[in-house]
Each structure stands twice: as C-alpha cells, then as structure tokens.
Design a binder for this molecule. Sequence first.
Ligand SMILES: *Cc1c(COP(=O)(O)O)cnc(C)c1O
Length: 407
Amino acid sequence: MDTFLEKMRQRQALCWLNPDYEQPGEALPCGLGDILDAEARLFRFAPLLAELFEEAAEQFGVIESRLLDIPRLGKELLPGGKLLLKADHDLPVAGSVKARGGIYNVLCFAEEVCLKAGVLSCGENYRKINTPAIRELLGRYTVSVGSTGNLGLSIGTIAAALGFKAKVHMSCEAKEWKKQLLRSRGVEVIEHAGDYSAAVAQGRKESQMDPFSYFVDDENSMELFLGYSVAALRLRDQLRLRQIFPDKDNPLFVYLPCGVGGAPGGICFGLKMIFKEAVHCFFAEPVDVPCMALGLATGKNDAISVYDIGLTNKTIADGLAVARPSSFVGKLMKNLLAGCITLTDERMEQFRQQAKTLENLKIEPSAAAGFAGPEMVLSGDFCRLRKIDPARVTHILWTTGGRYLPE
Ligand SMILES: *Cc1c(COP(=O)(O)O)cnc(C)c1O
C-alpha cells in the first residue's frame, strides 16, 4: 500500500488491481431493471431527438456509436491481440461519452415536468414535447451543470434544444471552443477560475436558491449513471453481430478513461450486470490525477484528493481533470471494478496521434487514456491470478470524446 502511494506521489505509471473485486459486498442501489427502464425511456424519446437533431435522425433518434476494428492501431498497442474500439468520441449531438448520461438525465427531468403538469402521458408520441405549449412550460425552468467541458456541452445542448433555459458552469480546464460552441447553441456559459469541484459546488449552490432550477449533479446523479449504463446493452448487441459471445474463459477487458467516475462507472456497472464474470473493466487516469485509483486503493473514496498527496490535477486530458472521485460511484465500484491504470500526458498525446495517423480517428487526449490498458494489464498479474489465457481476451478501448474538435 505504502509503496503504491509512493509510486503515485512520484507520478509513476502503474497498474492497480482491486483486492475487493468480485468480492461479496453491500447490496447495490440499482440493478438490471433500472438499465432496461433507462433504455425504454431513451426509446420513448427517440422520435423527438430525431426531430430536434439532424445528426440523430440517421439512427432514428437513438444516439449510439460504432464498434470499430482497429487493425493498424491494434498492431502497435498489442501485437497479435484482439482489439476493438468503442467509438464514443464520435457520439452525435454531444461529441463525447457525455451524450449518454447527460442527455438521458435532462430527458428524465423533462419527462417528469411534463407528466406532473399533465400535458403528456407515457404512451403518447414524445414529439409532442416540441410544440409551443410544452416548450413554454419547460422554458420556465433552468437546467444547470458544472463541468470541465464535455458534460456542459451535452447538458447545455439538450436542455436548450428542449426549450429549457440552460446554464453551464465551466471549470478552468474547459477549452475555449467548447464554450463558444455552447454559446452558439443558446447556452449561458459561466467561466470559473477554479477546478472542477469548485465549478460544481458553485453551480449546485446557485441552483438550490432557485425553485425553478434543476442542477445535474455529476458527483451524485443516479440518472446520469443509469444513462451511461445503457451502453452495455448496446455493446452486447454489437458484439453479437460479430459473433462474439464473451464468457469466463473468453472474456472482455474494457478500458475506460475516468474523471469523476460517472461515465466509466455507469458503463462498468452496466457491463457487469449483463456480462458478469465474462467482463473485466479497468479505468485509465493521468498520472497527475489518479483520483479513482487513489480513492479506491486507500479506501478513503472522496475523502482524499490528489492534492492531498502532492499532485497538481494538471493534465492535457481536460475531461479527466477531477481531483476527487464521485462518492457514490466510488462506493459502487468497490466490488465491480477490476483495477486502474495510470499513464503520462506524453503517452496520451502519442496515442492520440496514433489514432489519427493509423486509423484516421479524431479524438481528444482524454479519449486515448485507455490505450495503455492492454499492454499494462497483460504484463501484470491479473490473467495469471484468474487463470485467464491472454490469447482469448477481447480488448475494448473506449474512446470518449472528439467529434467536434476543431482542426
Ligand atoms: C467526462 C469524460 C470522461 C470521464 O467521465 P467521468 O464521468 O468524469 O469519469 C472521459 N473522457 C472524456 C473525453 C470526458 O469528457
């Protein structure tokens, strides 16, 4: 433990295996039924989304990414290995993994407002929401959020499109182009000098004072989490189309970039509910911001931050610049997450370039964090301890942002 913390302090790249993984633990606050419920809600809203967003119309309002072969990149990362890439960097409407949880969370709120007001019933065509009377109703509410960039892009875009007033508190890392894109979509952007937690705290506080304000709480939202979890159902279908049926001896290893933990946590939860012992999830974090690894390894969860061990929370991976993990996701990951890896910004940048030159994929640095996973996990003890034949593993790199990156 101490040597592990020492390595972390020294910003060394490391692979941490979770000793509590798959151990019996506390009952989870949600399950497969909640994932299916979220999927059903997304289908109810699909016709509306197809109408609101040209980009989503192609897939009839179902916002989903492709599962890609990456032969050239795969050869560089793990010669002879089976690698696939889940292209959430290219998700329509929000351009990042946040399209899953963020859009879903705002849809939940819109549905709740409409049902309570009696202007919509569950069986109706939800395109009705895009009519003047209901838009006027939604326009009385403000939807707000605190973000390092991409969550703001997701929440702001969907909220404004539905007719809500939309307000995004951006932390210092947020890129200028993300703020400009949001403003062009009719969203009020408030710039903060502080880090992610400070922007969230400020947004939360402001929102609490206004009864017509709804705050999407990235550190605590179950709706966000469940929105992300639906990705697991979609991935299962995409694997089936490829005749891939994972089991204990032919498992999936999934590598997910991690910030506060909501996106990778929700996806990991969904995958474990569906694939059980046939999937193992690993989170990837920058060496300067290993907040989830730190929280889990010390057992302190969100009571410890990367600043406490002398790290800076400075990274080129803006989506991952989060100094302490979500308390509720940290707890949920205790028995569901196989481990964490960390990597330097230099490697992330190198992976980002390789994705571009070898596979013509436009991704943000954050989105490349998982690329270090296959080699790092296979060179550790994980397979040996679990008697897994490394040759039978299918590795899935989850890319998380980039669609709207300027040239
Ligand atoms: C937000 C984000 C992540 C991580 O999601 P968290 O919910 O913060 O853990 C990863 N990559 C990108 C590009 C992101 O925007």
